[in-house]
Design a protein around this ligand. Structure first.
Ligand code: ZN
Length: 331
């Protein structure tokens, strides 16, 4: 049963927003596009496990992409967490094509693809670190001691998994996604003592969800960009140019004629993803090049957003979920 379903990380939405708002000729576009393709592949790899997890989903509470506080302000991120009354599985998903060689002596993962060698952080070290961090987290919240089993899942079915001759044992914790349900089933049989009651499972589930802290990156800073370099205006969803003009109660693209009720919502989302989680009437007009304070006020006031400050200096808190839902209902 899914307690936290498969989601798209904010870093992907942010890069998409950046590509919408950066001029076609901007030199950073290529790098951002490349990073976005890597992020898509990673997310696709994790989502591809949804099918395989169908074989075991009834036995576990499943959490996708949990980021929990550790110590001294550090966090740790778990791709997939499976919780049962008997044990907990931590899954680290690797969506890497080619030949993957686990070098246990040097503690590195070497990928060979089309004669090119590349070194990646050693996933075995990674999962043991996550195991340790989760153990800490559970101890700190007085959760009864429960076995934590870490696994590395290769979600690229074409990848060839190999290990150094002294390290066949690593395949106890490395598996292709198609074998994952069977691996989980065979491992779980080792743990037959029920440790968590139904009530404790519910409590643990709330604890994990309450402590989940999504990573909020500043993509402008990451790519050494400034707000003034972004394209301003209300963008057309069809032709992507900032050509939307306000007609009677809707937006019409001056270039391709596309009509939309909610085109300004996309601009609010872009502002949220790239600049700030709150906005004023003035800041929104600067970002969208709208002239009228009163029209902007009407557009903002009908939205289901929390706000603070007096009417004139009102600041609106931008809520990604709520705004995205409105956009989904457009047209
Ligand atoms: Zn258009």
């Amino acid at each position: 049963m899914y307690k936290k379903t498969f989601t798209t990380p904010f870093s992907i939405y942010k890069k998409e927003a950046l590509l919408r708002r950066l001029p076609a000729s901007h030199p950073q576009r290529e790098r951002i596009g490349q990073d976005l393709r890597i992020a898509y592949a990673g997310n696709q790899g994790e989502r591809s496990l949804e099918f395989h997890l169908n074989f075991t989903r009834d036995d576990y509470l499943i959490f996708h992409d949990l980021r929990l506080p550790w110590i001294n302000g550090y966090h740790f991120q778990i791709d997939l967490l499976l919780v049962s009354p008997f044990c907990i599985f931590i899954l680290e998903v690797k969506h890497i094509a080619g030949k993957l060689y686990f070098d246990d002596t040097a503690q590195q993962l070497i990928r060979t693809n089309e004669d090119k060698e590349e070194v990646f952080p050693y996933p075995i070290t990674q999962i043991h670190r996550h195991q340790h961090q989760l153990q800490d987290f559970l101890n700190r919240h007085a959760v009864p001691a429960i076995p934590i089993i870490p696994l590395v899942v290769s979600s690229k079915s074409s990848s060839l998994l190999q290990a150094s001759s002294n390290a066949a044992h690593i395949f106890d914790s490395v598996v292709h996604s198609a074998s994952l349900p069977f691996k989980i089933n065979s491992l779980k049989n080792r743990f037959r003592t029920q440790i968590l009651s139904q009530h404790q499972l519910d409590e643990l589930s709330s604890l994990l969800l309450k402590n989940h802290t999504p990573l909020m990156t500043n993509e402008l800073a990451r790519y050494h960009l400034q707000e003034k370099q972004l394209i301003k205006g209300i963008l057309c969803i069809r032709c992507t140019t900032p050509s939307m003009r306000r007609e009677w109660g809707y937006w019409k693209c001056g270039r391709c004629g596309f009509q939309s009720i909610h085109a300004h919502i996309q601009s609010l989302i872009d502002y949220l993803l790239l600049i700030d989680h709150e906005i004023t009437n003035k800041r929104f007009r600067d970002f969208t090049l709208l002239n009228s304070r009163s029209v902007t006020s009407k557009l903002l006031n009908v939205l289901p957003l929390k706000h603070h400050g007096t009417y004139k200096n009102r600041t609106y808190l931008l809520d990604f979920e709520k705004l995205s839902q409105l956009l989904d209902h457009d047209e």
